[in-house]
Design a protein around this ligand. Structure first.
Ligand code: 6PG
Length: 257
């Protein structure tokens, strides 16, 4: 797994815009090289603000949205269209404004599907397995970009410290009793996250600074899930100054444009 690079931006607004530009560039590069690309979206304030920043920039048209596979790292187990669903936020911020191929927007289904949370997780795992190719060497595709927001407790996706999902070797699990409402969620697990070519953890605000410090230290991923958020090729922590405020000196290269 890759050692995290750290990039610090002035504030949450500049961070979202900078991550948006970075996503567009990454997707254009990958599509130029491979013809198609894949991205895993996240919920949360910065995650959704980043999608809105993509929608707001003319450079978004450089991405071939028809040749992009869109996945989610986690989802709240709520009915389609519920305003608390990460999918709802992503569609309002970006997906409804670009020409995505509906067949390549892979949502984690809620209770209106008639499935339980466990069945929905299994269905998503089957969708991931169907999209995996031999060169991925596993049950999930090698995602080109895995975006992850991070909570003040260092959770990523819906992997909360000490909870059973962190011990699970399956790629997708149902989460019950989430400390962050709503209580029932669907989440990729760390093995699925670590299959990504690149993992980008995005965080803003002083309340995340302790979690950032732990996530960049030699912490164990069960107690510090963000410490397990590592890509096979590259890991980036994309932060604002407030979230970066407790990073110990000498912890690798910190770019502060
Ligand atoms: O479903 C969710 O809630 C998100 O996927 C979650 O992992 C989020 O990204 C973090 O909690 C950070 O959220 P904030 O950026 O709003 O603090």
């Amino acid at each position: 797994m890759s050692v995290p690079g750290i990039v610090v931006h002035r504030d949450a607004d500049v961070l979202a815009k900078a991550v948006a530009a970075r996503i567009i560039t990454r997707l254009v590069d990958v599509q130029s090289a491979k013809g198609s690309a894949s991205i895993v979206l996240t919920g949360g304030t910065v995650g959704i603000a980043t999608l809105a920043a993509i929608a707001a920039t003319p450079a978004r048209d450089a991405v071939d949205w028809r040749r992009l596979d869109i996945w989610w790292g986690d989802e709240r187990f709520l009915p389609d269209g519920d305003k608390e669903r990460n999918e709802t936020g992503a569609r309002a911020a970006l997906l409804d404004h670009v020409d995505v191929d509906p067949a390549r927007v892979h949502v984690m289904r809620g209770p209106d599907s008639g499935m339980t949370a466990e069945e929905s997780a299994d269905a998503y795992a089957a969708e991931l397995r169907a999209a995996a190719r031999p060169e991925d060497h596993g049950p999930v595709p090698s995602f080109d970009v895995m975006l992850l927001g991070m909570g003040p407790d260092s959770h990523v996706a819906s992997l909360f410290p000490g909870m059973p999902a962190l011990y699970d070797t399956r790629p997708v699990v149902a989460v019950h009793g989430s400390p962050k409402p709503p209580p029932t969620r669907i989440s990729l697990t760390l093995p699925a996250i670590q299959a990504s070519r690149e993992v980008w953890v995005v965080a803003a605000g002083e309340e995340k600074s302790g979690a950032v410090r732990l996530a960049l230290s030699e912490s164990g991923p069960v107690q510090v899930p963000a410490a397990g958020a590592r890509g096979r090729g590259r890991t980036l922590f994309l932060l604002d100054r407030a979230a970066a405020g407790k990073i110990p000196p000498g912890l690798g290269r910190i770019a502060s444009p």
